[in-house]
Design a protein. Structure first.
Lengths: 251, 500, 500, 251
């Protein structure tokens, strides 16, 4: 489904990725863990073309993204990115809700405008999702009137409403209480059961272990280890992973 | 050739604030009824020697002395009063204010007797009768006289009797021009259907043009009267007596014959008229109270609003197009947008209007004044709007664009649905600024024969002399246009803010 | 009284684009050397009858006929050529363009012989000598003549010989006025130290003012010549011959005596001069190539920049103060700020300038032109700036203010350090807009006797007749002022964006 | 140190706090837990006067805040709030870093301008703190060039640099990997040892249990239970708390 090959990415003088590769199969759930600043968010952003990269290749469901020229992309480049984005949904670390729209409008905007779904149908779908995560009474609020956790949940629902084939979650539960994390988890699990490929950046190890088919460990812009969750958490191969997990799991 | 309007705008402005300045340059400053004149031994009469022959003008033999039929008349009157005549120079436009301020005892300089003026001053019985001439295109057959003008476009100068006649008729589309050449020009190229002006002007500018011809006989007689301060009733009576005497003795006729001004129309002077006749009939509707001017001023304000609102609409749309081209357009086009913006911001609006209205006919594109004003103002302001939108768009956090894109929305759709609504809120105060500035800039279009609020004010003030009253009303009207806009903008702002 | 500047601005603009328009109103349109004149049987001579006596003006006995000493001279010349003289009416300003376009054969209407004009046309040998008179305040003792003017402020009209004389002297602070009254007014109230103008003007406006007196004798003689197209060399030679003959036979003197124009200065006409003498010596520095005008234009541009930059500085600071008062001020004051903004946005800048410069002296506050321009423009633009800042401030997320406050920073400090830098970045394109508009609006200050770029252009163009060349240079200069501003703003924007 | 008495707070038609009271002693560390949207952030914002409340009283170190008139506060009102804010630091859920300043400038701005500390001294203090949380190489970056966790750490350091007597942390570790949570935790512990009163909103139960002297449980705008961490986590009295914790702790 997703193939990343020899990805190189620099921010000005910070050479972050020095050629990393990863294959993700359809329907797989992959958890990305690793210290803050190790490049997890950047990796997700490269996959849906929000971040320009200097070298390498990203292939999503057969559509190829090369080192896109962000300054003057060709028509085909733009078309390719657009196609990828239709397949790939993303939940941002900073939510990026639309401040001039209500919760409901935030959610139905893309389904109605892009997929051409009937407004009523879209609203019903949105309300169903909102109900599951306890937000049905906030449908007509504007984002600035919501608590942090509420905003995060709206951002998740907004991305899910597009029914993408791949979802990129960037710390989707950071502002959620554990109770709500469980709720969100079950929503995601349902989608996974429907065959959605899922990439999740998370700092909650138990969450990563529970939900994922595979765990990818980032450190300093490099993938230092990948493996089954049980393997990684019980028997990490790499010293750095061991160190990271030992500090984390002894709590 | 455009000096007239500017002259008037400026003069009227100056009237408000520098009334006292000109007194240094004038030669008398006493307030004096009939007795004072006798005591002083001279009657001060105001006239503008620049107005020219045959009224009052420098004697070629001795340029420091003035001659003219009004000089002769003034001297005859003075003689009858037993005093000497002393000329006080004043710009024509300011003769009546100068009279009212007491710079002179009477004003006599081809001043028509109009009801508006009579609000402020007394007039002696008329001392001269003059006429108006209609000019049309040579091939014109439908217009044989002034009665055929209903529904036609007719040009004239501002503040003239001809204008009053045309407006008094009703149903005539009157076009006010700043100078004497343009109406005949526009007539020749078909922008208007006729020109009504004083016979001398028609003779000079209209007659020689091979494309034009006179239509009908001279008409719309007007009367010249001597202006006297309201409170100097006894002076007025005395002067009426004197004119009467000069008429009866034939001295007045002799003066006019000397200056070759006598004609059949002057016989009217002998009728027992009180000075209210002549074209005054045409003006019955315009009577004293200020509110009678409201329709005219409001019509002017309407034109101002029409021009401003339509060109602002153009500016907003074209500006948006320019911004989008600049920010999201492909290579050569975004630079074209930048060039457009820099050039239109960098060149004066006046030049742009001139090219549109007077330049383009040279290559065969002839626009109506309204179209030229609309396009000229709109294209100019579009450049400014474009920059304001850009500022608004840049202020929207870039996460918003990313969120839209990663929902699969195209860039265009994201801009339309996500970026612009937020950018608009930010740009709104600047847009309001420009809209208000546009209300005032729109007065520039009077150079292309549009009569908007400033022009209407100038015209009314020049013919009624109620500079201050009308000025106040005009100022209130301008403010009345811009302030609701401010309020509206503020409400919109609040609404958008709450929705943020 | 202000008609002159506006007249010129407008005329010059119109020249660019409607050259062909006036040809309809003029009476001839053939290009003809000496032979053509004879063939046609008449010599077409351009003059402006509006200019007045004693040059050419309507005959009081028959207003359709013109008389004047130049009429007599034209007829004498025509008679010598064996043809008839035919007058072609043209506004004075456009006589030479009309000549060049072939609307007439010669132009003769008090046109001074200047080197600039000679770039474009030929001049006959001079046919008249005229003089300039200096006027000072009655109590003035230091200035006894033109030589005492160094370091003084001296008023004059634009495009006159007097101006050339004053500027040719160097070290004199020349103030250019739009009309003939104002320089004497300003002289009387002490704003300037002297006025140099043609003797007739001085006699009319200066002499009668009890506060003023003549200083020294008339001086700075100028020469009138007949203008002839460059290519009509043989016509020029023929006319020189004729003038020579008229001088020798005494006919010219007879004409001048008839019009009371003969005086001692005219003896100079008999000297074997070639037409280059007179004040021309003072003008040696101004020779043909365009770059010689650069210093003048650049000085004008300098004034434009000075006014624009200083008033923009005032606008930025005052605008900031108004915004802060409006957004963070306590109860009555924030409303005052709103009122200021609405009123200053809602009223025309021209009125504001007039109040400042011509209105305030009535209550004893007399400002220099620069001060009035600085304050007037600055206060007007401050209202617009205030709204732009407000827009910028409102666009900063409210979390920023909260973060500042909860760090213990006072509201004022937070605004200063956190809010304003971010707001400025957002408001920058709008501020650039206004700054560029200010460059153009600053040309309005020429009504209060400031000579900035537009005015300089008008003056130079009127005296050299190189409308198009100079117009192009002026346009480039304006663009050269606004474009770097745009670039600078863009760079600043990028810098601030990167720092965001 | 902090007394909240009968606090009433409504957002438009949402009547959130219906009279809640709480006492916090000097040097105490209090953890606030509870579902998303229960009013934890609002409670902190009321304490340092960012949020206007309709009724009640907040007293911080003897300075009283009444139902402040936000529309037209008197001079004294403003003075009181200002004094409280000097004593009380806050780390926001959304960070609110200053985008036009570098990391270092963000941190030293208030100490230099408000406390009048010498710029060099302030920079050194800041660098020392940054070094502890592994950010010394980002001192000259602007916030937008930082990862989510990096931004959060800068926000914490910025608040701590003012050396307040009371700190309000609103989910200070939401974007941090567990390793970094430990680091931040130790920074906070040091400050607690120096006697700083600390209020922390957190969704990490183990974090709450480890650091706090007392736990306050919010639900639907009400304080439903307060107690020692061990008590609350092992033997909650209220049914709602039990439910909440049972869902949370069985992970
Ligand atoms: N400005 C506002 N206008 C209206 N309602 C608001 C506003 N701010 C917060 N609310 C509402 O008040 C309630 C409490 O919000 P608060 O931010 O205090 O919750 P919280 O406990 O911090 O939640 P979280 O853990 O998700 O951050 C929420 O239901 C929220 O929707
Ligand atoms: N726009 C940018 N310019 C420069 N550097 C950047 C930019 N965005 C991110 N970085 C740097 O790149 C590195 C990786 O950032 P990234 O956001 O991918 O980290 P992350 O793994 O998501 O961390 P976290 O868990 O804290 O969110 C960080 O060191 C960050 O400072
Ligand atoms: Mg991240
Ligand atoms: Mg919260």
């Amino acid at each position: 489904m997703i193939t990343v090959k020899d990805l190189h990415k620099s921010y000005n003088d910070l050479h972050l990725f020095k050629g990393i590769s990863l294959n993700i199969k359809k329907g797989e759930v992959v958890a990305f863990i690793g210290p803050s600043g190790s490049g997890k968010s950047t990796f997700l952003r490269c996959i849906n073309g929000l971040e320009y990269f200097q070298k390498g290749e990203v292939v999503v469901d057969g559509i190829e993204l090369h080192s896109i020229n962000r300054i003057d992309p060709t028509k085909e480049d733009l078309e390719a990115i657009r196609k990828i984005r239709l397949k790939v949904g993303m939940v941002f670390q900073q939510f990026n809700l639309f401040p001039h729209m209500t919760v409901l409008e935030n959610i139905i905007e893309a389904p109605v405008r892009v997929l051409g779904i009937d407004k009523n149908t879209a609203s019903e779908n949105a309300l169903a999702l909102l109900r599951r995560i306890n937000l049905e009474n906030k449908v007509n609020c504007h984002p600035e009137d919501l608590s942090g956790g509420e905003q995060q949940r709206v951002a998740i629902v907004r991305a899910l409403a597009m029914k993408p084939e791949v979802m990129l979650f960037d710390e989707p539960t950071s502002s959620l209480d554990p109770e709500m994390v469980g709720e969100v988890l079950s929503v995601i699990k349902d989608l996974v059961d429907e065959g959605m490929t899922t990439l999740i950046v998370t700092h909650l190890m138990h969450f990563a272990r529970e939900i994922s088919d595979r765990v990818v460990v980032f450190d300093k812009g490099d993938i230092i280890e990948t493996g089954l969750p049980d393997e990684i958490f019980t028997n990490p191969k790499i010293g750095r992973t061991k160190l990271f997990l030992s500090r984390v799991l002894n709590k | 050739m455009f000096k007239k309007i500017f002259n008037k705008v400026i003069f009227i402005l100056s009237l408000f604030f520098i009334v006292n300045l000109s007194s240094n340059a004038s030669f008398c400053a006493e307030i004096s009824p009939l007795d004072k004149i006798k005591e002083r031994g001279s009657i001060m009469w105001g006239a503008d020697a620049e107005g020219g022959a045959p009224y009052i003008f420098p004697d070629p033999k001795d340029p420091e002395k003035f001659i003219g039929f009004e000089v002769d008349l003034a001297e005859a009157i003075a003689r009858e009063l037993g005093v000497k005549a002393k000329h006080v120079q004043n710009a024509w436009d300011s003769l009546i204010p100068a009279l009212e301020r007491g710079d002179c005892d009477i004003a006599m300089n081809g001043i028509e007797i109009t009801p508006q003026r009579k609000e402020h001053i007394l007039f002696s019985r008329p001392y001269y009768v003059y006429v108006e001439q209609l000019v049309v295109r040579k091939e014109e057959t439908a217009i044989k006289g002034i009665d055929d003008l209903k529904g036609k476009k007719v040009g004239t100068l501002s503040g003239t009797v001809a204008q009053n006649i045309l407006e008094g008729m009703g149903g005539v589309d009157v076009k006010i021009y700043p100078g004497q050449v343009e109406p005949y020009e526009d007539l020749a190229i078909g922008r208007i259907d006729g020109v009504l002006l004083d016979l001398p002007i028609a003779a000079y500018y209209g007659k020689p043009n091979p494309k034009l011809k006179y239509a009908g006989n001279p008409m719309g007689e007007g009367l010249y009267g001597i202006a006297i301060r309201k409170e100097d009733e006894n002076l007025k009576n005395k002067i009426d007596e004197i004119i009467d005497k000069l008429l009866r003795t034939g001295e007045l006729k002799k003066i006019y014959e000397k200056w070759d001004l006598w004609n059949a129309a002057q016989e009217k002077l002998f009728e027992n008229i009180q000075g209210e006749r002549g074209y005054v009939d045409l003006e019955k509707s315009k009577s004293a109270p200020v509110y009678t001017f409201f329709p005219y001023l409001i019509k002017g304000a309407g034109v101002t609003i029409l021009i401003s609102v339509t060109s602002m609409a153009l500016a907003i749309i074209l500006g948006l197009f320019l911004t989008l081209l600049r920010l999201y357009g492909r290579k050569p086009f975004n630079n074209l947008a930048v060039a457009y913006i820099e050039i239109y911001r960098g060149t004066p609006l006046l030049i742009q209007l001139f090219i549109l209205y007077y330049g383009l006919p040279n290559i065969g594109i002839s626009m109506s004044p309204f179209l030229a004003a609309f396009i000229g103002l709109g294209m100019n302001y579009a450049a400014y709007e474009a920059e304001l939108y850009r500022a608004g768009i840049m202020a929207v956090p870039k996460g918003q664009m990313e969120a839209g894109l990663s929902l699969g929305m195209s860039q265009g759709l994201t801009v339309q649905r996500i970026i612009l609504p937020q950018a608009f809120r930010i740009a709104l105060p600047g847009i309001t600024n420009d809209f208000i500035a546009l209300f005032k800039d729109s007065s520039l279009v009077s150079i292309i024969a549009m009569v908007e609020l400033t022009k209407t004010y100038n015209i009314l003030a020049a013919s009624t002399l109620r500079f201050f009253e009308l000025g106040l009303i005009t100022a209130v009207l301008y403010f009345g246009m811009s302030y609701p806009l401010s309020l509206l903008a503020r409400r919109l702002e609040n609404k958008l803010k709450r929705k943020k």
